[in-house]
Design a protein around this ligand. Sequence first.
Ligand SMILES: *[C@@H]1O[C@H](CO)[C@@H](O)[C@H](O)[C@H]1NC(C)=O
Ligand SMILES: *[C@@H]1O[C@H](CO)[C@@H](O)[C@H](O)[C@H]1NC(C)=O
Ligand SMILES: *[C@@H]1O[C@H](CO)[C@@H](O)[C@H](O)[C@H]1NC(C)=O
Ligand SMILES: *[C@@H]1O[C@H](CO)[C@@H](O)[C@H](O)[C@H]1NC(C)=O
Ligand SMILES: *[C@@H]1O[C@H](CO)[C@@H](O)[C@H](O)[C@H]1NC(C)=O
Ligand SMILES: *[C@@H]1O[C@H](CO)[C@@H](O)[C@H](O)[C@H]1NC(C)=O
Ligand SMILES: *[C@@H]1O[C@H](CO)[C@@H](O)[C@H](O)[C@H]1NC(C)=O
Length: 515
Amino acid sequence: MFKRNIVISVLVLSAAPGYPYQNDANLQYKRPSEPLPDDPERASKVIDAFKLSWEGYYKYAFPNDELHPVSNSSSNSRNAWGASAVDALSTALIMNDSVIANQILAYIPTIDFTKTETPVSLFETTIRYLGGMLSAYDLLTGPVAYIPAKKEYVTALITQSTSLGNALSYAFDTPSGVPYNTLFFANRTVEDSPNGLATVGTLILEWTRLADLTGIKTYAALANRAETYLLNPHPASSSPFPGLLGRNINVTTGEFLDAVGGWTGGSDSYYEYLLKMYIYDPDRFSLLRDRYILAADSTIAHLSSHPASRPELTFLAQYDGTHLTLKSEHLAGFAGGNFILAGQVLGRTDYVKYGLALVDAWHETYNRTLTGIGPEEFGWDANQVPEDQVDFFNRSGFYITNAQYNLRPEVIESYFYAFRATGDRKYQDWAWDAFVAINATTQVGSGYSSIRDVNAEKGGGYGDFQESFWFAEVCKYAYMIFGPQDSSEGGVNVGRGGRDTWVFNTEAHPVRVWG
Ligand SMILES: *[C@@H]1O[C@H](CO)[C@@H](O)[C@H](O)[C@H]1NC(C)=O
Ligand SMILES: *[C@@H]1O[C@H](CO)[C@@H](O)[C@H](O)[C@H]1NC(C)=O
Ligand SMILES: *[C@@H]1O[C@H](CO)[C@@H](O)[C@H](O)[C@H]1NC(C)=O
Ligand SMILES: *[C@@H]1O[C@H](CO)[C@@H](O)[C@H](O)[C@H]1NC(C)=O
Ligand SMILES: *[C@@H]1O[C@H](CO)[C@@H](O)[C@H](O)[C@H]1NC(C)=O
Ligand SMILES: *[C@@H]1O[C@H](CO)[C@@H](O)[C@H](O)[C@H]1NC(C)=O
Ligand SMILES: *[C@@H]1O[C@H](CO)[C@@H](O)[C@H](O)[C@H]1NC(C)=O
């Protein structure tokens, strides 16, 4: 039986609550008169999947970082601090599951974030651990304050975030202030290599939130200083199109080392956070909004690409200087949702329409494969179609270059924004198709596993790895598409009217906006 759960709706500033956008005539901004349709049965099925995988993890892997669901064993790819547990917390809270939430809350105070034998990624640690704990704090001091069994669980989230922030801070101790990404806590050294656009540009939300919650401004100052090199990129050649940047950055000088990029991994969430910081606090982050608009306009003008075999589809090319390459990946599937969110927040109908077009194209990457799941990487260069995929390319508009599926969320994430913006049930159906396919193909043993080939029977075999973002992202976005949509009933606002109350970090942890 489905029971009413928490609502997190996120979109929209007062200027631009968005609904509906089904067709051009309707492309206007107006407050929704009706709540969006929820779908309790499907929501409860998503909860079942979340619980099944949590129970497998809790039995065979907790408090290690992740479950190997086929062999019922575990591993520690994220410093053995319990990545799946911390990543699952905000989802358990949004699903109003106080049993799972309290299992995690009781564990968090026991983590020693100052010690680990393995290399620490500043970026991954920030988005999963810091983001997960700060989000839980925001939820537990707001809409679900009744969940924690002990008050200390809530204060520990801040104590532990501070401890982690302090442990990570030496990363920023470089001549430029652009941090190193790879740290060795045991001897307090770093791996001396260039950092990247996404890994530098996806810290500012979590570090600013940590500063705003603790009153310790240093955390925000560190992330902001690093961000200045991205907002004013040097040399000029590293920005081949206005607002679109290169990837590798010299941490000594803060200068870019190339002009390679796109909306794909390594660059992606820099653009995502430009917009999201403006949502977080329009006063402090208006320059980031301006940079977002530059990047978005350049993307539409220069990176839009239509496969020869399916010219009605719009994918996003990558670039090296002004030379485009016609390939992309699952990670970039968030772009549709990001454009839709931007269109609502900035009052830009053209962004909403463009985002919906990207959502259509990434839907094809799911809809056309044998399993109904989209591949890790794909291309659409008519001159480079692999011989054995000529027919597939002709039908589908893309060919597969890496057929794995690692339980990534981005396409379902974009369906979430498309649904919230339009109220069109089509996007619920697409999300359901995707979730049913993922459930049918990746559920195995005690959980859900990465698979080898989305275009083969049964996914071509299991990778025996359940990523922590399965809990944080796939389960959460899928749930929110079907769960309660009307904030007035659900308790945790999140209005689709008025200013957004929450903004999701790149790991789908909702952060309460400033003010
Ligand atoms: C959350 O769950 C509790 C029981 O654990 C229930 O009493 C409460 O009504 C639920 N709240 C919502 C908003 O569903
Ligand atoms: C610090 O530890 C790392 C990882 O064990 C090692 O690779 C590196 O050489 C060490 N650096 C120094 C200066 O000891
Ligand atoms: C970064 O810049 C410094 C100072 O100019 C230089 O010594 C170093 O070689 C550069 N590193 C890379 C990876 O380009
Ligand atoms: C593909 O999309 C169509 C139309 O929405 C739908 O009927 C079909 O079930 C989808 N197939 C998969 C594998 O998702
Ligand atoms: C693609 O399909 C069209 C018809 O739909 C056909 O005329 C064309 O020959 C096909 N191209 C290839 C390369 O198979
Ligand atoms: C997931 O698969 C299980 C059986 O393997 C089934 O009971 C459940 O209904 C499925 N859920 C969805 C959302 O398809
Ligand atoms: C792993 O655990 C699941 C669920 O408890 C069980 O069905 C499966 O047989 C186990 N696999 C192995 C290899 O023990």
